[in-house]
Design a protein around this ligand. Structure first.
Ligand code: SF4
Length: 410
């Protein structure tokens, strides 16, 4: 039983598929995707954008393949990146075949849009031959004419029916390695469509509020739409669509997942808005810390609070805390407990050092734990050697009474 049941999210049970090295669905972590906006035939520019997105945490990246030059470029691109690449195909079945041959991990293609059964068969065969999954991508803005006539306008029922029609085509070809999206720019429509689809099938769902808008407005709209679905347990992979750099999409995706406790990556900063009581410039400090700590991938929580009104309470819940104190002396908390003071001029450098040390310590412990598991063959010869060996422990750890041999200092 969870200590905090109000935070529990019961994920919808979905099938699991593979997008290259990334598992999607089932109990796999919810993956974060983005899409390049370079010309795919411009291999150098596209690779640079993919690598930047990957460095920001993207698990999967999609590239457009509207023509033969693009699928030729894709072949070079996949050799130069490690993140799985999804080829965005739309109508041209030959581009789908070329993309599968070029090494795409997944094809974004709607089988109902590519023409005859023979064409579908050829694309499915190429996907099977090359270990390529697919995404059926229904979009409210491009629903089939017969569905628009039947329903009068894009509505959740029409979107679900469209998705199920495409799904049936793949199932009829005995192809089940696919995920589905039913995107709309209207979050009400998208959420209702995803809810309906989640009921109607067990395929993994790729969430997105399409054409969500600019950085700020699109992020808010996506957080509302994707957030409500994810909170209800719906969604296996997400893309935040913004009129902004793909790196911003990845950051926004992670923030949504982090806010719901579904993924943890990098430093999560809890900070107050500041007011006349602040004992140091909170806003500027947080801005600089975000920048200086952007390279940390290990999950670490950090509270930066301007005064004692809320500082100790927030610090109690974070790995590292800073609370503004009088006369330029501020309190540093480690693991929720008061530890030492830091003076104004050293605040930024000191907090950066603490966070970097904490992240390194966590990674060190993780490596040891991973290494320890297969090595211990549970041979009952040696009397149980203490499981907590003389690990050169966490420099940031507070007075850890469990490992007395280790100096616990800052
Ligand atoms: S924690 Fe203190 S400084 Fe920050 S907003 Fe609240 S009262 Fe103001």
């Amino acid at each position: 039983m969870s200590v905090r049941p109000y935070r529990d999210i019961q994920r919808r049970k979905s099938r699991q598929i593979r997008v290259g090295s990334v598992l999607v669905g089932g109990d796999a972590p919810i993956s974060v995707q983005t899409m390049t906006n370079t010309l795919t035939q411009d291999v150098a520019a596209t690779v640079a954008q993919i690598k930047a997105a990957e460095a920001a945490g993207a698990d999967i990246v999609r590239v457009s393949c509207p023509d033969e030059e693009s699928t030729a470029g894709l072949k070079e691109i996949v050799k130069q990146v490690t993140v799985p690449i999804v080829a965005d195909i739309h109508f041209h079945y030959k581009r789908g075949i070329e993309a599968a041959e070029a090494g795409a991990a997944c094809l974004r293609i709607n089988p109902g849009n590519i023409g005859s059964a023979d064409r579908v068969r050829e694309v499915v065969k190429a996907a099977k031959d090359h270990g390529c999954s697919m995404r059926i991508g229904v979009n409210a803005g491009s629903l089939e004419r017969d569905l628009l006539e039947k329903y009068g306008e894009p509505c959740p029922e029409a979107m679900v029916e469209s998705a199920l029609d495409h799904m049936k085509i793949l199932q009829d070809h005995d192809f089940h390695e696919f995920k589905i999206s039913v995107k709309a720019s209207d979050p009400f429509l998208a959420v209702a469509a995803y809810q309906g689809l989640a009921e109607a099938c067990d395929y993994p769902l790729h969430l997105g509020i399409t054409e969500a808008g600019a950085l700020r407005s699109g992020t808010v709209k996506s957080a509302i739409g994707l957030g409500s679905l994810l909170w209800a347990g719906i969604g296996d992979t997400i893309r935040v669509s913004l009129s902004a750099d793909p790196v911003e999409e990845v950051k926004a995706g992670y923030e949504i997942l982090k806010s719901l406790g579904l993924r943890h990556r990098g430093v999560t900063i809890i900070s107050c808005p500041s007011c006349a009581r602040q004992q140091f410039p909170v806003i500027r400090t947080v801005e600089v810390l975000e920048e200086r700590l952007a390279h940390i991938q290990t999950p670490v929580t950090l509270s930066i609070i301007g005064c004692i009104v809320n500082g100790p309470g927030e610090a109690r819940e974070t790995d590292i805390g800073l609370t503004g104190g009088g006369q330029g002396h501020h309190m540093v908390y480690l693991n929720g407990l008061t530890d030492h003071k830091v003076d104004d001029p050293q605040v930024i450098d000191h907090i950066v050092e603490l966070v970097e040390a904490r992240a390194a310590a966590i990674e060190h412990e993780r490596t040891l734990a991973t290494a320890a598991v297969p090595v211990a063959p549970a041979v009952p010869v040696a009397p149980a050697a203490p499981v907590v060996p003389a690990v050169p422990a966490v420099p940031v750890a507070p007075a850890a009474p469990v490992v007395p041999a280790v100096p616990a200092g800052v």
